[in-house]
Ligand binder design. Structure first.
Ligand SMILES: Cc1ncc(COP(=O)(O)O)c(C=O)c1O
Length: 375
């Protein structure tokens, strides 16, 4: 398989239709067993080439902005949901025209747009903050102290909920169903009394449902419990789980230098093409490689930008690397092409598909994509 991926001109993201479909089948099985609605969180994966395929398995999309909502509506259809910490006045009418569910982050936002939203007949909800941290990554924890995301229960008291049909929480990041179970206990304890009057509850994203060790049985019982006890429609909006391990980033070794260790300079950049490597931070999987020192030849892999910290990580190989070798990073469909940038004027990777016809490029980027965002 690696050899087929290496045929592509680098750098390129290649998304494997078969691997994506396997994930979609797992997600659909959760829908079939529970009657829940699963939506694609486009912030993680907006490769709309695949939206017709995804739309055959999932119920629609969720958006973080007007533009994502528009893309989801245009390219997939089905249900279109949106959450934003603050809607822009100049965009709100268009948001309303596109979205079926609109989730507000504060009572101030809700009161500001309530009349318009109710007139449009759209279903409105509030994002709650159950104040239940289940993870250590502070920047990915909306329950961390001082978080601006979601309304804590203390701010719910005495507020008028007329017109609100649903509640939404998003607190997880790459987690298993035990973290969901714990979160739901906090949600029930703090917000249970409000849930009886709602039509729906959205469990947000961060559920790593398509990971091999994910406990789908517990997820199913969590969904059924909330659905039956409070008579609710349940929504989940995973991003990562949809395209987890379904994509690759193919790159080429451009130079090899030595400074106390061997360093390979690639035509792909952590800063530009895989920003989560630096932000998260994490070490992306690289096919046919080992941890430093595990195989005979260890290299630091870095990008072509000026940033000293544009380092992907240290990896070892059975054979010495040569200029011109192609390397294939794994799990590069999610939070990659949606987050990339052209810092230093670095070329954006092409977007390619691997299907029964082989590997073919569906989008090529060039100088105009760099220049077009500047003036
Ligand atoms: C509100 C909301 N929904 C869904 C998601 C998708 O999360 P993930 O890609 O981790 O499943 C996020 C991610 O930040 C989010 O903020």
């Amino acid at each position: 398989m690696t050899e087929a991926l290496k045929q592509v001109q680098t750098p390129a993201y290649v998304v494997d239709q078969g691997l994506l479909t396997k994930n979609l089948e797992i997600l659909k099985s959760v829908q079939d067993r529970t009657g829940c609605h699963i939506l694609l969180a486009q912030k993680a994966f907006s490769m709309f080439y695949f939206y017709p395929l995804i739309g055959r398995y999932l119920k629609g999309t969720t958006a973080s902005s007007l533009y994502e909502a528009k893309l989801g509506k245009e390219e997939m259809g089905g249900e279109t949901h949106i959450f934003s910490p603050a809607y822009l006045e100049r965009e709100f009418d268009e948001v309303l025209s596109l979205c079926d569910h609109i989730v507000f982050n504060s009572f101030t936002q809700w009161k500001k747009y309530k009349e318009k939203a109710l007139q449009s007949g759209k279903s409105c909800g509030l994002r709650i903050n159950p104040e239940c941290s289940t993870q250590d990554h502070a920047i990915y924890d909306p329950c961390s102290p001082g978080s601006r995301l979601g309304i804590p229960v203390s701010a719910f008291e005495g507020e008028n909920l007329d017109g609100i049909e649903g509640l939404h929480f998003h607190t997880l990041c790459e987690q298993n169903a035990d973290a969901l179970q714990k979160t739901l206990e906090a949600v029930e304890q703090k917000f249970g009394r409000f849930l009886y009057r709602m039509k729906w509850l959205n469990f947000g994203g961060g559920h790593h449902i398509t990971r091999a060790d994910y406990d789908i049985g517990t997820l199913v019982s969590c969904i059924l419990h909330m659905k039956e006890k409070y008579d609710l429609e349940i929504y989940l909006e995973p991003g990562e789980a949809v395209a987890l391990n379904a994509g690759f980033l193919v790159t080429r070794v451009e130079d090899i230098v030595r400074n106390g260790m061997d360093i390979a300079i690639l035509d792909t950049s952590a800063a530009c093409h895989m920003p989560d490597v630096i932000e998260m931070p994490y070490r992306p999987p690289l096919l046919d490689s080992g941890m430093p020192g595990e195989k005979a030849y260890t290299y630091r892999l870095g990008g072509p930008t000026c940033l000293a910290g544009d380092i992907i990580g240290d990896y070892s190989f059975d054979q010495p690397l040569q200029i011109g070798d192609k390397l294939v990073f794994g799990d590069m469909a999610i939070y990659s092409m949606v987050k990339n940038n052209t810092f230093n004027g670095v070329r954006l990777p092409d977007i390619a598909v691997k299907d029964e016809m082989g590997v073919h490029v569906v989008k090529h980027f060039g100088y105009q994509d760099f220049k077009g965002r500047l003036s």
